[in-house]
Write a new protein. Structure first.
Lengths: 476, 442
């Protein structure tokens, strides 16, 4: 395979698209025509002033220098980059849905109905009793869930100070617990890559507010002892939090609520195919069991008593709000449309194909996969090669590499998640890219990538000498 | 299960599935799942699959149940006309269907667009650093409080906020403050802006952060920002200014009035009215660079010596620093930031300043006309206003708002006899109707 990403002339001349500022800026005298007194206004404003055709070319050129799921495989483990169905964009673009959040409930029945329907369907999928759509991303969902747990404990007079998190968990879990004011107790992984029940027994106690757990975990293993894990945490008076990042593997075959989880977030991008947009907007709805429902963010949406419409209401012991309004509404619409398109069988099949693809790809690559049986993702090890270098070389073969060097329990990890959207031939190409890169010479790995819009980028220099705006580049 | 019954977004034919299973050595797909029976689920959610066309019809029917009102609503969420070029460029799949730029060599386009967005906010705020975005203005304010806690931890635990603050914003702030053991306290306002004299008396060593807004939640432009900045400075508290990306294009630069951090809303560019979805601004001075929450794009060089962009200073972030990260945020509003940047580029500085000036002129003109209606007085506060203003009505405000809704107009009822009205380029052509409706219902 040969790949070129927007590889314009490189010889002797850099290929970069100029910054908008380098294409021309204009300085406007703000006070000249201002309806405001001078002491409220700035003197001038300097910003780029491209024409519309120049703007169109600038951003089109930039787009050509960007990998995307529509460009090719994107098997980032734990990130679940799957195809984003186009029609969901059109559903979300309905101008009738584009209303202000302060509309009266009476005049916003359509939006309330869709919110209600999505809450209900998410509750079914997670095996939960109540759902809020307010958190604007997965990490915000985590914070919401942990704040709900905290409010629950405080309501019952329990002052608990710790959240227990497996060492292999997503970094957000740790940061979330700290943001909510908890001390983090890190749980070492068992030798088989799963939670070690003895270590868990030792870690939980009367200070434990919650255990945060991903299942399947971050190397794709199902926590087979989940019932025992739930008992240990519940017996200590703690709550069990489900990190929904890997829910795509379980769709139709297991529900967090049935496993004993009390509170969970859904990553709608990862499970319900809403576009990631290069870093958001996401959405991180939170589901809880009945006991925790009174603590959810306000407002929630329910059917009116007479059943003729929908209304907002404030849960009795609400934690308040986690977003200024109703969260990332346009993303919620897309998730609803996706779930409706797949239905029961489609959702189950998505999980089946995601797991099939991960297993097939692992079979085809020459690296060891220390932990199994895995589900939707696997952590291969690059052994004595540097996983980051192997990844850079993969870029030259026209695929995006997996997540590298994480989780740390696998040395030189290449955490790989092809998702359900790749077919056999695409997986064969992906495996070839893995194998070519893995077998390549040290020199080739060091020099990679060569066929991308930029060569290997100096990360250390970027952090040592931060230049975070075109103003900071002045004179270069 | 044949392909027809499964997800339409997996390409496997039955033959391919069989061949792949054979390659793995598995009998069927179920054999790949390692889920113990007691917690296994039978797959019956009761969700019927629908076709694209059915779903589009279904959702269109649902959304048609929203009343067709002309909205004069604001209070933190604003709609301006978004030029078509924004949709068409931002919707390019290379942007929309990309992930976080963890491999910068194949993500130069988005990284440069975010670098340009950061740069625009540096110009608008006068501060040194702007991040790629927060979720919205409310969460940005919460993050500012935790920043204040980290950088001013020795001096106390009180965050001072204006008494007139959007309730939702206060509630979000309270949740961030809860985890950081900070206390939120109101300071009074005088005629719509900060009562700086009372604030000066209140300032003290226990205060880690003073927050002020311009425009305020009622659309008033704060006249004494520099004084607030000075008194925050004197007590070594952080001065955090909340604003709006359009207002910033004409208002005195936050840096010039002593702001240490600027938070606020940038979704007023690039995003249509979208039920409160936002784009949080976070900008600050260099002093706090290593304490900034969220993602930062920096310029660097590639192996060929050419300028290249990359996410940088990532040791602040959760995937490296875990519980010692500056924030738990990872995914933010990157694509919305792209939209805002395209919108700003399309307007240019002239267009931005014109848009902002219209926000001042239209608000003043509409307040005058409503003031002429018997039974209404506007603006309530004797201040310069941006986009919106409060209206005092003789009758109960909730009843007036409901009557106006019957006439086809949505306004805010914010107190027993207080309404709030917001005017932008989207509804400026409908003010005749609103004024007539006021006259009708009052």
């Amino acid at each position: 395979m040969i790949h070129d990403q927007a590889n314009y002339e490189r010889e002797g001349e850099d290929v970069r698209e100029p910054l908008l500022s380098e294409k021309g800026q204009e300085t406007v005298d703000v006070r000249e025509d201002s309806p405001l007194p001078d002491d409220l206004t700035r003197e001038e404003l300097t910003l780029p002033n491209p024409s519309e055709p120049e703007t169109a070319r600038h951003y089109t050129r930039l787009s050509q220098m960007n990998w995307a799921i529509d460009a090719g495989p994107y098997p980032l483990g734990s990130c679940t980059m799957k195809y984003n169905p186009k029609f969901t964009e059109d559903v979300a673009a309905d101008p009738n849905a584009a209303i202000h959040p302060d509309r009266s409930a009476r005049s916003a029945q359509g939006n309330l109905e869709l919110q209600y329907r999505l809450q209900e369907v998410l509750a079914d999928i997670g095996g939960m009793d109540a759902v809020t759509l307010q958190p604007p991303a997965g990490a915000a969902g985590e914070l919401t869930g942990i704040l709900v747990a905290k409010a629950y404990h405080e309501h019952h007079g329990n002052d608990r100070s710790e959240v227990v998190i497996p060492a292999s968990a997503h970094g957000t879990n740790f940061a979330t617990a700290a943001t909510a004011g908890y001390d983090v107790v890190e749980l070492p992984s068992g030798e088989d890559g799963r939670v070690d029940l003895e270590a868990l027994e030792a870690a939980v106690g009367e200070d434990t507010a919650a255990l945060m757990l991903t299942n399947p975990n971050t190397v794709g293993l199902f926590e087979r002892d989940i019932t025992e894990i739930a008992d240990i945490v519940h017996d200590a008076g703690g709550l069990l939090y489900y990190d929904g990042a890997n829910l795509n593997a379980l769709l139709g075959r297991g529900r967090p609520g049935d496993m004993g989880f009390d509170v969970m977030h859904y990553n709608v991008h990862k499970t319900f195919a809403t576009p990631h947009g290069g870093g958001g907007p996401g959405a991180g709805p939170v589901g809880v069991v009945d006991e925790l429902a009174p603590f959810l963010p306000t407002p929630r949406v329910r059917e009116t008593r007479e059943g003729s419409g929908y209304e907002r209401f404030e849960p009795d012991h609400t934690i308040g709000k986690v977003h200024g309004f109703a969260g990332n509404w346009l993303v919620a619409i897309k998730a609803y449309a996706y779930i409706a398109r797949l239905g029961d069988e489609g959702l189950s099949d998505a999980a089946a194909k995601a797991v099939l693809n991960a297993n097939y790809l692992a079979e085809r690559i020459d690296m060891d996969v220390p932990h199994g049986p895995f589900h939707h993702e696997f952590a291969a090890t690059a052994g004595d090669r540097d996983a980051a270098d192997v990844a850079k070389r993969m870029l030259d073969f026209g695929v995006h590499p997996p997540t590298t060097k994480w989780p740390e329990m696998v040395p030189e990890a290449m955490l790989t998640e092809p998702t359900e959207i790749e077919g056999q031939s695409s997986l064969d190409d992906l495996a070839e890219a893995f194998n070519l890169a893995y077998a390549d010479t040290d020199e080739a790995l060091d020099a990679a990538p060569n066929r991308t819009a930029a060569g290997r980028i100096d990360q250390v220099g970027a952090a040592r000498n931060p230049r975070l705006s075109w103003q900071a580049l002045d004179g270069e | 299960m044949s392909r027809a019954d499964g997800t339409p977004y997996a390409p496997h034919t039955d033959e391919e599935t069989a061949a792949m299973l054979a390659a793995i050595g598995a009998d069927d797909e179920e054999a790949l799942f390692d889920i113990p029976d007691p917690v296994a689920f039978d797959g019956d959610f009761g969700i019927d699959a629908r076709t694209e066309r059915e779903i589009r019809d279904e959702c269109a029917r649902i959304f048609a149940r929203n009343d067709d009102l002309t909205e004069f609503l604001g209070r933190g969420h604003y709609g301006h006309y978004v030029p078509s070029v924004v949709d068409h460029l931002a919707d390019r799949a290379e942007f929309l269907t990309s992930y976080t730029q963890y491999q910068p060599e194949v993500s130069q386009g988005f990284l440069q667009a975010l670098f340009e967005y950061q740069s625009m906010l540096v110009e608008l705020t006068g501060l040194d650093v702007a991040n790629c975005s927060m979720y919205d203005a409310a969460t940005a304010l919460g993050e500012a409080a935790t920043l204040a806690d980290r950088v001013r931890s020795t001096s106390g635990d009180t965050v001072l906020v204006p008494e007139q603050l959007r309730e939702g914003k206060r509630a979000v702030l309270a949740n961030y403050c809860d985890g950081a053991d900070l206390t939120v306290e109101d300071y009074p306002m005088a005629d719509g802006t900060a009562d700086v004299d009372v604030l000066a008396d209140r300032a003290g060593d226990d205060v880690v952060m003073v927050y002020a807004e311009s425009p305020t939640v009622r659309g008033c432009l704060e006249e004494r920002l520099a004084a607030i900045g000075d008194l925050a400075d004197e007590t070594d508290a952080l001065f955090v200014l909340g604003s709006d990306v359009v207002a910033l294009s004409v208002l005195k630069s936050p840096a010039a009035v002593g702001a240490d951090v600027v938070v606020g809303e940038a979704g007023s560019l690039g995003l249509p009215t979208s039920y409160g979805m936002g784009l949080g601004i976070f900008a600050c001075s260099d002093e706090f660079l290593r304490q900034v929450p969220g993602r930062l794009v920096g310029a660097s060089e590639d192996a060929n010596g050419a300028r290249a962009y990359t996410l940088t200073l990532q040791t602040r972030e959760q995937h490296i620093r875990k519980e010692r990260a500056t924030s738990n945020i990872c995914t933010n509003q990157a694509w919305v930031a792209l939209r805002a940047a395209i919108h700003a580029a399309t307007l240019g500085p002239d267009g931005l300043v014109d848009l902002a000036n219209d926000c001042v002129r239209e608000a003043a003109a509409l307040a005058d006309r409503i003031d002429d209606c018997s039974g209404a007085a506007a603006p309530v506060h004797d201040r310069h206003h941006f986009r919106e203003f409060a209206v005092r009505v003789d009758q109960p405000a909730a009843a007036v708002a409901e009557d106006l809704e019957t006439e086809g107009f949505a306004v805010h009822a914010i107190g027993d006899h207080l309404l709030q009205v917001c005017v932008t380029d989207l509804n400026a052509g409908r003010t005749d109707g609103l004024v007539a409706a006021f006259e009708e219902v009052l």
